[in-house]
Design a protein. Structure first.
Length: 89
């Protein structure tokens, strides 16, 4: 592997790991923060007849996780194109 390809590969993986880290932080904040830490504060509000803290603990965190999966898939394709990687590049 040439020096340029090696450098490009490192930048690609660094960008990919940064993306995964950011999405993991969002997932942690939503699942643990909204479902456990701030549940009492969020329970002052209601969503669909349920207390918001309870909703995040039971359903909201799962919806956010699924949305993050779709976002990651789209962002990963963009990263592949940016770094000329993958099957379509």
């Amino acid at each position: 592997m040439s020096e340029n390809q090696d450098s490009r590969s490192r930048r690609y993986w660094r960008a990919n790991l940064l993306l995964m880290t950011k999405l993991s932080v969002v997932w942690f904040v939503v699942s643990f923060g909204c479902g456990v830490l701030w549940v009492e504060e969020l329970n002052q509000f209601r969503l669909g007849g349920y207390k918001l803290g309870f909703w995040f603990a039971q359903q909201g965190a799962i919806y956010v996780f699924i949305a993050l999966i779709f976002y990651y898939a789209k962002a990963a394709v963009a990263l592949d194109k940016q770094f000329n990687r993958g099957e379509d590049c």
